[in-house]
Design a protein around this ligand. Structure first.
Ligand SMILES: [Zn+2]
Length: 474
């Protein structure tokens, strides 16, 4: 957490502002990957009308800033810091200024293609970015009490609710990259407003109902004279849109998308008491951890589509095992644990935390793995195009920079994974053995471990209210 605060946050802030002098690498040998600069802040400045120029980077570049804010907020919550607060406030004001009057917010489409807003959902990532905005807003509100970013999210959600739905004239489909669904569950947890859960349920439920949805959108654009270039190939399995989510009982397609979707399924089902949806999420989890997960907790066996393949196909030198996929599996698992206090969940979370996730960064906080290899030959990484994604050392930054800020937001939120408490406060679970103090209404728990030398663990439990409380230690 100290490395995140002292190194990663300032380093990533400089990157987002194009002030860091580092080499940005493409995550694999592909000339189409933008690697010149981040340009994230510049994109927002241009969208806000405060700077001239074009959008640069991926369609989802905005999410780098949202993840940075979430990382800063999670850090601030643990240890308040005036400088960090000032930077976060600067970001919030910039986002407020960049947002359109109707609530829409996606700098690429605002700057470059306003006529295509919500019209290329197979790849546009507009709702994916909305999801990261929502997650940042919740973290920022929890840390500071400032609800301005929640208000920005609410304006965007109102715009989305107007555009999407089953009624005539609305778009009846979901974003190609899941994320808004799980973020809406977080917003429900923060506000208690069930409308957010219902919207999450809508996006989960509509996915895969009409496998032609994305193709039809492109055809409609063509009819309206607003199409772009050639008709792209749409891989429905990659997008988990080949059939309804409730029928997708085994993990297929893009690994990050898969676990983000499954996390949303588990969370939405838990709060809506939907046992069919919850069971589908559990089946996906069981299939992942028993047949499609590496010994490190890494997932995604192939670079082609950054995807799952088939049972027990776990090559050690061409795998993907993206850092974001590890974080997604961690979060998916932690949500399942809410509904079922089975230590098997905590076991997998521990495996991911200590292996496939934390391997994504170096101790200097300024170098990161996108792909977390189990085996690497530096010569093969350089000369074999099928292994160009497998780096021998951690680069400073990537053209597609999803992983480094994902780590930065997850590490200072580690307390989420350590303890759990029942709603009636009578039971507390210690799920992870991590040096910490957990302060609950009926008890204060302290745990201290020396695994390396003394091989000793000490748990100190203070019964603050003298009420009977059950403590479960994994
Ligand atoms: Zn990533």
């Amino acid at each position: 957490m100290e490395i995140v605060k002292e190194k990663m946050l300032p380093f990533q802030w400089d990157i987002l502002n194009d002030k860091a002098t580092v080499k940005i690498e493409s995550e694999r040998d592909d000339v189409n990957i933008p690697t010149e600069k981040s340009h994230v802040i510049a994109n927002f400045l241009i969208a806000a009308g405060k700077k001239e120029g074009n959008h640069y980077g991926w369609l989802f570049q905005d999410s780098d800033l949202y993840k940075w804010i979430e990382a800063a907020a999670n850090t601030y919550r643990v240890k308040p810091d005036e400088h960090l607060l000032t930077l976060m406030e600067t970001c919030v004001e910039l986002i407020e200024e960049a947002q359109d009057a109707d609530g829409y917010l996606s700098t690429f489409y605002q700057i470059e293609k306003p006529q295509l807003k919500f019209r290329r959902l197979m790849e546009s990532h507009e709702l994916y970015c909305a999801g990261h905005l929502i997650e940042a807003a919740v973290a920022y509100a929890e840390a500071t009490g400032d609800l301005r970013l929640i208000a920005v999210s609410d304006r965007f959600i109102a715009c989305i609710k107007k555009a999407f739905g089953p009624n005539e004239g609305q778009i009846n489909g979901a974003d190609g990259h899941q994320e808004i669904e799980l973020a809406l569950v977080r917003l429900y947890e923060f506000t208690g407003n069930k409308n957010y859960l219902d919207l999450s349920y809508y996006f989960l439920n509509v996915r895969g109902q009409d496998p032609d949805f994305y193709h039809k959108q492109l055809l409609e654009n063509e009819k309206n004279g607003i199409h772009e270039g050639h008709m792209p190939h749409i891989d429905l399995v990659y997008l988990q849109a080949h059939k309804p989510v409730i029928e997708q009982l085994e993990p297929r397609g893009h690994a990050v998308r898969m676990v983000y979707m499954a996390q949303a399924m588990a969370g939405t089902a838990y709060y809506l008491n939907d046992s069919a949806l919850l069971n589908a999420a559990k089946k996906i989890w069981e299939s992942i951890v028993s047949k499609r997960m590496y010994i490190t907790g890494g997932i995604g066996s192939t670079v082609r589509g950054e995807a799952f393949t088939y049972d027990y196909d776990l090559p050690t030198d061409t795998m993907y095992c993206e850092t974001c996929a590890a974080i997604g599996l961690l979060n998916f698992t932690s949500v399942l644990q809410k509904s079922d206090k089975n230590s098997a969940y905590a076991d997998i979370m521990e495996r991911v935390l200590y292996n496939s996730m934390i391997s994504g960064m170096s101790l200097d906080g300024e170098h990161f793995f996108y792909v977390n290899p189990l085996e690497v030959d530096p010569e093969a990484s350089l000369k074999n195009p099928d292994k160009s994604h497998v780096k021998a050392t951690r680069p400073s930054w990537f053209g597609c920079a999803c992983c480094p800020p994902n780590l930065a937001r997850t590490i200072p939120a580690i307390q989420r994974y350590i303890y759990d408490e029942s709603e009636d406060k009578k039971r507390i679970w210690i799920n992870q053995w991590i040096d910490s103090t957990g302060a609950f209404e009926n008890a204060i728990l302290q745990q201290q471990h020396d695994f390396r030398n003394k091989k000793e663990s000490t748990f100190t439990i203070t019964n603050t209210n003298d009420l009977e409380t059950e403590i479960f230690i994994r």
